[in-house]
Every structure is written in structure tokens, then in C-alpha cells.
Design a protein around this ligand. Structure first.
Ligand code: ATP
Ligand code: MG
Length: 579
């Protein structure tokens, strides 16, 4: 149905009261989506058209690299998830339920278990490998904070894909093919995007990349050098060089200084008249490294102007990490607010930014807590005065450099990601193959996700103005909107019908605004909905045998409009210029 008079397109002048993100506001106002409950969204006809255009692009690119489409259940036996340990490892994000026979079930939040289960049943020999499977299937996740319309919902369609190879070299090759396919998907969608290195997180495995669309509503942060050309990484894994702190020369030994009540970096910096970067703050943590090991208290030291990234810290310490409690701190190190590395037997981890400066300027003196109330030590030299291990645990900040190039940090939405899983799932699921000698090996896997809804929301975030959405032409709900002005039954309407038929016959995806009603309302709705090209049939241009045309992005009027005779050729030519 592509006549507006018959299309369910409930446009609104006002955004929903709770909508902060522009994409949330505009997608509701344009009549694309409607909310049903917390994190639960329905797609209305125009919204679903856009969604399915993204799906179409992804499907073409998956098929181009030889991936095979499947569909696996959303409702799954808990047993599958017990085998990989994820039934217990995943918190309340996983929906758990029972069937009528009281069997434990889950609603799948991802499909590694399902895919690997079937592959384990059917693959026997190295001759069956490699291959890759994908699907478009709903995922259910009881997200802690559903937000921003369709950006983070509790139910969403994902394209998830999985590769199966006999060895790591096979996985690497497959992984590179997927990177190419992903690049094409985002390019074709018309997004501005970056590929960044990312953390492998709960998926386990080796390497991972994320695809990030920069925009204000983004929950992630990406670190970019040279706009992403020289370096791009999620802030959770990014590393960069910090400009050195200004340090005084250290005396021959640490110098105790009285610092009454200065339990914060700001207070200490003011009291000593030193920059926060010259002070070392202590971050006491407890690391748990799994069964059979004792939790360990570790004192992390970093510059006063730097922050810890928990993902980096957990990786560096090789376990799960929590902040030590006050009691643990008093017990094992000293009074909170005055903690330091000297006079404690707790292992010390020094952030790499500090270590880099210690190596370059061994005589610089730092300030640390004295493990005594109201006292710090000045002129401290790491290595001389205390021993430590080095780890990069801090958050990169704007102005740091990568290979000498300063970085910026931008908020971004994750629109997809890819992981090298290795044998994380094939081993517990028994997905193995026999090699040429009849020896059994676990299959080496990768997994690859994209959220079409996020691609749409990211596009709206990136391409809009105060009048509405300015869709990229590849994923717009309609490519062209033909607006008939004038009275119902008038000549404008008849001509608009003709253009609509001709353009559709030529293969364009056209919406005809054939509603009775004023020009104001029609043009306002067209701008809100954001078809990349609008053709308006009104009295004045009609008299000259022409229709008005406007490219939505930047609201560029086509000078002189388009000729009614031969409109298809004229639109085809113009279409090349439409972003
Ligand atoms: P995030 O870190 O944003 O929670 P994720 O790492 O959990 O994402 P994956 O499990 O790898 O995401 O899912 C693959 C893709 O599915 C993501 O890149 C994203 O495009 C999409 N996606 C993930 N969670 C949601 C959600 N709650 N709502 C909409 N899309 C989502
Ligand atoms: Mg998530």
C-alpha cells in the first residue's frame, strides 16, 4: 500500500514525553514505530519497510560471501545453555521460563548454542568444513535499561551468523570475508561508521571488532586518530600515549607531607598546589580468578587525572574485578583516602601511562598516599621506592596520541560486531570433526551480529534536521514521495497519479500523497517521513508542464523542477545525485 490515503502512518507533531534521543522522537513522530511496553516496540508499515530494506542489504551481502540462511527456534531447552555454562553464568538478562511439563526453557538472546548443537549433529569429517550459517531471528534480552526507542529494546531482530572451520587459519580467512561483507553493508546503508577493535567480553574467544555509527545518542565511546583513518578503537580497549605530567625533581628519598582531610585528588592538588596529573591515586580492588583460587587484593595506581576502565583492568588482572570494601581496605592496606604503594604487602599494579613517564624521566617525583591518616609522600619514584607490575588500565582521553597523532573521542552506537570464538562453544557442545588421519578436533568458530533496527536509528541520528528525517536512499521507507496539491479531483491529482504510475513502473519505490487536505500538512508530513526525493505537483509548475522537486537531505530544490514529459529519465538522472 503506497498511497498515503490508505497507509497506516500516524504522524505526530509532538514527540513522546520521555523521548530524549532524536531517533526515538523522530521515528515515533514519523509514524514508523510505536511502543507497547518497556523496551517493546512494534513496527508500523512504513517503519517495517525501512527495516526490511536493511534486511535486504544484509541478506544480499551474506549470500554474496556464501553464507546459508537458516531459522532456529527462539524458545529453547535450558539444557543447551547448561552445556556451555551460560545458563548459570548469564544474569537476569536471559529470560528463563518453564513449559507445561515443568521443563526449564529459555528465550534465546543469541544462538551460539542452537547453531553449534545442530552442527555437532551433522558434521563428521574435515570434508564437511568450512561453511557458514546465518538467520534473521528475534532475540529476547531483559535489558537492564531499555532506552532510546529501538536503539536498545528487550526484543529485536538480529542477523546472526556463525562460521565453522577446521583450524584457526580457516577462521581468519572467514573472518576477513565477513569484515568485507560488513563494510559493504554499512557503506550501502549510507551510514557514517567505523570499524573498531573491541573486547571479546562474555562471548569468550580471541579477536573482535565492532562497527560503530557515531552519533549523539551513542552509549559507547570510540577513540579515533585522524577521524578514524589512523586509529579507531572502543574506549574499553583503546590504548594511547598520554602527554607527560609536570613533575618536580625527586629528592633522595620520599618526603612525608601533612595533608589533613585531603581524601580526594582535587583537595590534594589544591593543598599541594600540584596538577592532578602529578598525583598518583590508588584504586584498591579484589580479583577473583575462579574456582580453586583465593581472591586477591591488588592496589592499582594511576594518575590523578586518569580513570580506570574496568574492562581493561579485568583483562589485565585475569579475572573478575570488584572494588575492595572499606573494611578490606583498612584491613589490608591503610586508611581510605590516604592509600599508597609504600609500606604495604599488597601487589601494586602501575598504570602504563605512569610507567612510560617513569622510564623517560626517572628523576621525576610523584605524590602518593602514605597509608597513614592525613599524610602523603612527596618525591616518590616508582621502582626506586616501591616495586610494581605494569598494566594499561586507564581510559584514553582526548589529546592523548597514537603514533604521535592526537585522538578524539566520540559517542557512537554499536551497529554490529564480529568475534573469533575459537572453540568456546564447539568444545562443550561436542562439535568436532575427524581429520585425514581420523583424529578428532573441535570445530573453530566465529560469530557475527548486526541489529537492523540500530542501523535505522543510527541513520536517523546522523541524518535529520529540525523538520524530520533525511533518510539515506538505500534504506528509506520510500524512495520518492509524490505530493499532489490542489483540490480533490483536480488536475494536480490526476497528474500526480500519472507520475506515480510511471515512476513505479520504472522501478522506484514511490509513496503518493493522495490525501485531501492542505499543502501545509502534506509538506510537513513529507519532511518528517523523509523520503530522499519529493516531487510536488502544484498549479504553478503544472502550467509550465513541470513538477517541483526537492532532495530531502539539505532541502535542495531542483532548479526549474522536472519536466512532466519524460519524468522517468529526469528522475533517473537526478537520482544519481541523491544521497
Ligand atoms: P550492546 O553492547 O549494545 O548491548 P551487544 O554486545 O550485547 O550490544 P550483540 O549481542 O553482539 O550486542 O548483538 C549484535 C548486534 O545486535 C549489536 O551490534 C546490535 O546492533 C544489536 N543489538 C544488541 N542488543 C540490542 C538491543 N537490546 N536492542 C537492539 N539491538 C541490539
Ligand atoms: Mg548487550
Amino acid at each position: 500500500m503506497t498511497r498515503l490515503s490508505r497507509l497506516l502512518l500516524p504522524t505526530e507533531r509532538q514527540p513522546p514525553a520521555d523521548a530524549e534521543a532524536v531517533s526515538h522522537q523522530l521515528m515515533v513522530r514519523a509514524g514508523l514505530v510505536r511502543q507497547m511496553g518497556a523496551g517493546l516496540w512494534s513496527w508500523l508499515p512504513a517503519g517495517w519497510r525501512a527495516h526490511q530494506r536493511v534486511v535486504g542489504i544484509i541478506r544480499e551481502e551474506m549470500e554474496r560471501i556464501g553464507a546459508q540462511e537458516t531459522l532456529m527456534p527462539l524458545l529453547q531447552p535450558a539444557e543447551l545453555w547448561r552445556r556451555t555454562g551460560r545458563y548459570d553464568a548469564i544474569g537476569p538478562e536471559l529470560f528463563r521460563l518453564h513449559d507445561r511439563r515443568e521443563a526449564d526453557m529459555v528465550l534465546a538472546m543469541t544462538h551460539e548454542e542452537a547453531m553449534t548443537h545442530h552442527v555437532a549433529q551433522v558434521v563428521r569429517s574435515y570434508r564437511d568444513l568450512p561453511f557458514s550459517l546465518f538467520q534473521f531471528q528475534v532475540k529476547e534480552r531483559d535489558e537492564a535499561r531499555p532506552r532510546a526507542g529501538v536503539l536498545r529494546t528487550r526484543e529485536f531482530v538480529m542477523k546472526d551468523a556463525y562460521t565453522f572451520d577446521r583450524d584457526e587459519a580457516g577462521l581468519q580467512a572467514h573472518y576477513e570475508t565477513y569484515r568485507e561483507a560488513y563494510r559493504r553493508v554499512y557503506d550501502r546503508s549510507g551510514l557514517r561508521w567505523y570499524e573498531v577493535e573491541s573486547d571479546t567480553g562474555m562471548m569468550g574467544g580471541k579477536r573482535a571488532h565492532e562497527y560503530m555509527a557515531p552519533c549523539a545518542a551513542g552509549e559507547d565511546e570510540v577513540v579515533l586518530a585522524d577521524g578514524g583513518a589512523a586509529y579507531a578503537a572502543n574506549v574499553e580497549v583503546a590504548t594511547a600515549d598520554a602527554p607527560f605530567a609536570a613533575l618536580p625533581e625527586a629528592p633522595g628519598a620520599p618526603d612525608p607531607v601533612s595533608t589533613p582531610g585531603t581524601t580526594t585528588i582535587a583537595a590534594l592538588a589544591a593543598h599541594l598546589d600540584r596538577e592532578p596529573s602529578a598525583l598518583l591515586k590508588a584504586f584498591p580492588v579484589v580479583v577473583e580468578r575462579g574456582e580453586g583460587t583465593q581472591p586477591e587484593t591488588v592496589l592499582v595506581l594511576l594518575r590523578g587525572d586518569h580513570e580506570v576502565v574496568e574492562v581493561k583492568l579485568a583483562k589485565a588482572l585475569g579475572g573478575t574485578v570488584r572494588q575492595a570494601t572499606e573494611d578490606e581496605i583498612r584491613d589490608r592496606i591503610g586508611p581510605p583516602g590516604f592509600l599508597g604503594p609504600i609500606g604495604t604487602d599488597v601487589p601494586v599494579v602501575l598504570d602504563a601511562a605512569v610507567d612510560a613517564q617513569v622510564r623517560a624521566q626517572p628523576s621525576g617525583g610523584w605524590v602518593v598516599g602514605a597509608n597513614e591518616t592525613d599524610r602523603h609522600l612527596d618525591g616518590v619514584v616508582p621502582g626506586r621506592d616501591f616495586s610494581y607490575e605494569v598494566a594499561d588500565v586507564r581510559k584514553v582521553v582526548a589529546g592523548d596520541t597514537v603514533d604521535g597523532v592526537p585522538v578524539t573521542i566520540e559517542p557512537a552506537i554499536e551497529v554490529g560486531n564480529i568475534f573469533q570464538l575459537m572453540t568456546r562453544y564447539s568444545e562443550p557442545m561436542g562439535a568436532t570433526f575427524l581429520d585425514e588421519e581420523g583424529k578428532e578436533h573441535p570445530i573453530v568458530m566465529g560469530c557475527y551480529g548486526i541489529g537492523p533496527a540500530r542501523i535505522l536509528a543510527a541513520a536517523v541520528e546522523q541524518y535529520h534536521d529540525d523538520r524530520g528525517i533525511a533518510w539515506p536512499k538505500a534504506i528509506a521507507p520510500f524512495e520518492i514521495e509524490v505530493v499532489a496539491l490542489g483540490k480533490p479531483g483536480g488536475e494536480e491529482g490526476a497528474v500526480a497519479e500519472r507520475l506515480y504510475d510511471e515512476l513505479r513502473a520504472a522501478g522506484f519505490d514511490v509513496l503518493l500523497d493522495d490525501r485531501p487536505g492542505g499543502a501545509g500538512q502534506k509538506l510537513t508530513d513529507a519532511e518528517l517521513l523523509g523520503a530522499p526525493l519529493r516531487i510536488t505537483v502544484g498549479k504553478r509548475s503544472l502550467a509550465e508542464g513541470r513538477a517541483e522537486a526537492q532532495i530531502r537531505r539539505g532541502q535542495q530544490d531542483v532548479e526549474g523542477g522536472l519536466p512532466l514529459d519524460g519524468i522517468v529519465d529526469a528522475v533517473r538522472e537526478l537520482w544519481e545525485r541523491v544521497p
